[in-house]
Design a protein around this ligand. Structure first.
Ligand code: S3P
Length: 165
């Protein structure tokens, strides 16, 4: 089984994914961490050197590689759904879980984080709202399961996912 977590920055994909994997004795990989491990630099550095385009190329290559695996829980970066190839690969190859979180909560969780290059803008709060508006329909279009990630603790969300799968 391949479980793929999608959703905005700060939705809790890494925390929930790691917990789901632990409880089900599956491997866990976070795409951003994997890109950092392979390149030896932070995501923000890749954005600085190669631009968003370079990062997206690496992300798509990794999604293609990792969605061929099984017994794996995969946490993706928030922008993974922007690419139609990524969307097709994810929905064809895995069970896609969308962690849907209201934008004020996303803002609280990400406001002090410097390793999210898309939020290093004069008005990051507005940026989150615009990204959410643009991406929410894309997340929904590939999701097999939609989880309300705004209130509950990670354990509660894991149980919701377990019931749905
Ligand atoms: C991005 C989200 C980040 C990371 C990159 C771009 C996005 O991942 O991939 O900074 O476009 O929303 P997280 O969702 O894990 O923060």
């Amino acid at each position: 089984m391949l479980v793929i977590l999608i959703g905005m920055m700060g939705a809790g994909k890494t925390t929930v994914g790691r917990e789901y994997a632990r409880r089900h004795h599956m491997r866990f990989i976070d795409c951003d961490h994997e890109i950092e491990a392979r390149t030896g630099v932070k995501v923000s550095t890749i954005f600085e050197i190669e631009g968003e385009e370079g990062f997206r190329r690496r992300e798509t290559q990794l999604v293609d590689e990792l969605t061929r695996e099984s017994d794996l829980v995969l946490a993706t970066g928030g922008g993974v759904v922007l690419n139609s190839d990524n969307r097709a690969m994810m929905s064809e190859r895995g069970i896609v879980v969308y962690l849907n979180v209201p934008t004020p909560v996303l803002w609280e969780r990400t406001r002090h984080d410097r390793n999210r290059p898309l939020l290093q803008v004069p008005n990051p709060r507005e940026r989150i709202e615009n990204l959410y508006r643009e991406r929410d329909p894309l997340y929904r279009s590939v999701a097999d399961i939609i989880v309300d990630g705004g209130r509950g603790n990670p354990g509660g969300m894991v149980r919701v996912i377990e019931k749905a799968i």
